[in-house]
Ligand binder design. Structure first.
Ligand code: HEC
Ligand code: HEC
Ligand code: HEC
Ligand code: HEC
Length: 416
């Protein structure tokens, strides 16, 4: 063979190899048989009879253990034991009474029923992301469910987050059921019902793992995305007091009108290096597993660091140690600044508590603190401890520290 032929053969072999890699890495199992289940079948055990491998891994969501990074994990500890500044920063609202680390999907309904944040009068909107029974409630009541007391809705809720939240029971295709997400995506010009399978591998998660607020009056769950998905754009959106929404609560000491950030995982990921490269939530959190020649999607939705090989190894060849260390190192840096920022927010609340109640400078200090707290909370409430978007996390924590410092200085300059 001459050199040209060798080169050509090499190119062809490489292409075939790439194709094989692409097939094994990116395609879902082709052997899935579709069983049409009734539209109102929400019991995962019934689905599980037909899809035993997926069901068996789904059941692992019941396990509770710490994550190898020391962050996240499924152990239901109170966050204030590690970050006491939370008690000052969320004073006057429910998150100061109970703010536990999240755990697996099968616990979502149980946890909402028992958290101290919820009372019988709490709005029904709180159950939106906790149960597959949302489908019935939505059909029966539309957005009316959002303002109905949750105690009246609870009897209708039998199942936690289950197969039906993400799959159409007739076709097994991925679907999104949360009306708030569907509406917010529509406003961005995206019709979720026509999304590609690849996009759906993140949208099924994005329907719950996002920032939201309740529209005053209707209590409708609304996503603050009209100006964009980064924390500064959302802050600007809230500044316009959409539908009269001015704050989640008022801090009793500093009298600042505050916003509570809710797990903006989807937004943070979408602007990070993996999101922009098209790596979906499922790629890392629901990797493909091979077992006795069968390939299936892991339904154990947990920290990817519990199965690094499956979660990251499909794309990265740096090895488990390198990957774990790089995640830990990012998280340690973000954690350190998160504490500094959180304590800065707490100090600013204390400074304002001792300041005169009114005055232009005081109002300016309150605005600076509102912003500082939003920036800190945006990272603190996000679930990846910075990994989903390291530069963004560090940047907005830095800004949070700047704003709380300015707030304290501004109070001092009032001459008191
Ligand atoms: C490139 C891989 C990757 C992608 C893509 C990704 N994540 Fe993560 N995620 C991680 C890692 C790593 C952690 C940190 C886990 C730890 O600390 O143990 C994490 C943590 C989390 C946690 C907290 C887990 C816990 O144990 O409490 C949640 C929730 C989460 N991600 C949701 C999402 C959602 C939703 C998306 C898509 C919008 C997404 N992730 C995309 C890798 C990823
Ligand atoms: C119906 C809403 C909903 C959907 C859909 C959803 N999640 Fe969650 N997720 C939650 C809630 C609520 C919790 C917290 C449950 C608790 O602590 O009781 C949670 C917890 C988690 C955790 C923490 C588990 C642990 O062990 O600590 C991870 C990781 C996670 N979700 C990732 C994802 C990913 C990835 C997707 C998409 C494949 C997804 N979620 C889809 C609502 C949802
Ligand atoms: C949080 C969302 C979510 C939940 C809940 C969920 N799935 Fe899935 N499921 C997925 C994703 C994402 C895939 C990958 C689909 C793809 O890429 O086409 C998948 C794939 C599947 C497949 C295709 C075969 C495979 O393994 O890839 C089956 C079958 C399946 N799921 C069954 C179930 C069953 C049974 C349950 C309940 C016990 C369930 N799923 C719950 C998100 C979910
Ligand atoms: C589907 C492919 C895919 C998966 C799965 C994946 N990554 Fe990545 N990762 C990428 C791409 C693409 C980049 C962008 C840089 C590049 O091209 O190498 C990247 C970049 C990174 C970087 C460098 C980040 C930076 O800011 O430059 C780290 C660290 C990383 N990934 C860790 C992980 C970990 C940990 C996991 C598993 C939890 C994981 N990745 C899963 C594709 C993936």
């Amino acid at each position: 063979m001459n050199k040209k032929m060798v080169a050509a053969a090499l190119v062809i072999l490489t292409l075939i190899a790439l194709l094989l890699v692409r097939i094994t890495v990116a395609t879902p199992p082709s052997t899935v048989k579709i069983i049409s289940l009734p539209a109102n079948e929400y019991d995962p055990a019934v689905w599980g009879k037909h899809y035993p491998l997926e069901y068996k891994s789904f059941q692992r969501n019941l396990e509770m253990s710490a994550s190898p990074t020391g962050f996240g994990g499924s152990v239901n500890y109170q966050k204030s034991t590690r970050e006491p500044e939370i008690l000052e920063n969320f004073k006057g609202m429910a998150f100061s009474k109970d703010y536990a680390e999240d755990r697996g999907h099968p616990y979502a309904l149980e946890d909402i029923k028992k958290t101290k944040r919820v009372t019988p009068q709490t709005a029904g909107s709180c159950m939106t992301c906790k149960t597959a029974n949302l489908i019935d409630v939505w059909q029966e009541m539309g957005w009316n469910y959002a303002k109905t007391p949750i105690s009246e809705i609870f009897p209708k809720l039998k199942f936690s987050i289950t197969c039906a939240n993400c799959h159409d029971p007739k076709t097994m295709k991925l679907r999104v059921i949360n009306p708030a997400f569907i509406e917010a995506m529509n406003k961005r010009g995206i019709d979720v019902s026509r999304a590609s399978q690849e996009d759906m591998r993140s949208y099924v998660c994005g329907q719950c793992h996002v920032e939201y607020y309740f529209e005053p009056g209707s209590n409708k769950v609304t996503l603050p995305w009209d100006k964009g998905l980064d924390p500064e754009q959302m802050y600007a959106y809230y500044a316009g007091e959409p539908s009269g929404f001015a704050q989640d609560w008022v801090h009793p000491d500093s009298r600042v009108k505050l916003l509570k950030a809710q797990h903006p995982d989807f937004e943070t990921w979408s602007l990070g290096v993996h999101g922009r490269a098209g790596v979906s939530c499922a790629d890392c959190h629901m990797p493909y597993i091979r077992q006795n020649g069968q390939k299936y999607t892991s339904h154990w939705v947990t920290s990817p660091m519990r199965q690094i090989e499956a979660s990251c190894g499909a794309c990265h060849d740096q090895g488990n140690d390198w990957l774990l260390q790089s995640v830990k190192s990012t998280q340690a840096k973000v954690w350190q600044l998160q504490r500094v920022a959180g304590m800065g927010v707490a100090r600013a609340h204390e400074a304002l508590a001792k300041a005169p109640a009114t005055g232009d400078r005081i109002e300016l200090a309150r605005e600076l603190l509102r912003k500082s707290q939003w920036y800190w909370d945006f990272v603190a409430a996000e679930n990846g401890m910075g990994f989903h978007n390291p530069p963004q996390a560090l940047n907005i924590l830095g800004q949070s520290i700047q704003f709380s410092n300015e707030a304290v200085l501004t109070v001092r300059q009032t001459g008191k």
